[in-house]
Design a protein around this ligand. Structure first.
Ligand code: ADP
Length: 261
């Protein structure tokens, strides 16, 4: 638990730093794109210059996309939350996930038997599932199994404290597991850091998991990773129950009782 709290404080500090840099950097890139477009509009450029200005604009726009990813990690995005059933949401993106993981990877979805109502931004949760599935696929180059499971989970005071934020109560969980390469401890400790990647240059930006972390935190949820080299990886995402206001009243027996399944 100590370790988790230290991890969460580290992410907080990185978030501040990254947010500051991303903000300033984004302003710089906006100037480059703006003047680049302006130059091009003038109509006085020859074909080669037109092509070169185009390259400058394209590179600056790519930089902008990266900094926007950083901002998603460090800062609150506009959320469009609505009460929805997590099982239904996973069901809706399933087709898309199948496309991501390709034919060599099997997808097994085991929904909880009852609906899991959470107050959430659907497109942000989709992004979480897409990023987790993309990494799972990359960890299983020779194929394997991706399993997605949903369930209720009771979070107690000690656990919430260990995360450095959040409240005890009932949480809906999505558990995403792959049978891929797994990770050693040094990798596991750094996966949520922006720009941390073990993939070849050009294959990974190192932003996927930091975006996942930012989205989960913005939903007042938690994320845990369990992974060993050669033994696959499991991510467990907790999202507060819709009616609990992320701080379920522990004296309410209906809410305090863990629900089996
Ligand atoms: P990227 O995928 O661009 O490298 P991410 O932030 O999504 O960036 O992931 C960071 C790193 O975390 C990956 O490079 C990889 O080393 C590790 N990782 C994430 N998910 C998994 C997984 N399911 N199995 C093994 N390693 C993973």
């Amino acid at each position: 638990l100590e370790e988790q709290l230290r991890q969460s404080q580290k992410m907080e500090a990185i978030g501040h730093l990254a947010g500051g840099i991303a903000h300033d950097f984004n302003n710089i890139l906006t100037v480059i794109v703006g003047y680049g477009n302006f130059l091009d509009l003038d109509g006085s450029l020859n074909a080669l210059q037109h092509e070169q200005v185009g390259q400058i604009i394209a590179a600056a726009e790519r930089g902008s996309q990266l900094t926007r990813g950083l901002l998603t990690f460090s800062r609150k995005q506009v959320m469009n939350p609505r009460t929805q059933d997590l099982n239904a949401l996973v069901g809706q993106v399933q087709k898309f996930l199948l496309r991501i993981i390709g034919e060599d990877v099997d997808l097994q979805f085991t929904p909880a038997p009852e609906p899991l109502h959470v107050l959430a931004d659907g497109s942000q949760l989709e992004q979480v599932l897409v990023n987790l599935s993309t990494n799972a696929r990359d960890a299983m180059p020779d194929g394997g199994t991706l399993t997605i499971e949903t369930c209720w989970q009771q979070v107690d005071e000690a656990y919430a404290r260990s995360q450095g934020y959040g409240a005890p109560g009932r949480y809906a969980c999505i558990i995403v597991s792959d049978s891929g390469s797994g990770m050693d401890r040094a990798t596991r400790d750094r996966i949520f850091e922006p720009f941390f990647s073990t993939k070849e240059v050009g294959k990974g930006t190192g932003l996927g998991m930091s975006i996942v972390y930012g989205i989960v935190k913005q939903h007042k949820g938690f994320i845990n990773v369990y992974s060993e080299p050669g033994e696959g990886t499991t991510f467990k995402v907790y999202l507060p129950e819709a009616s609990s206001g992320a701080g379920a009243d522990a004296s309410d027996p209906d809410r305090a009782a863990p629900v089996p399944g």
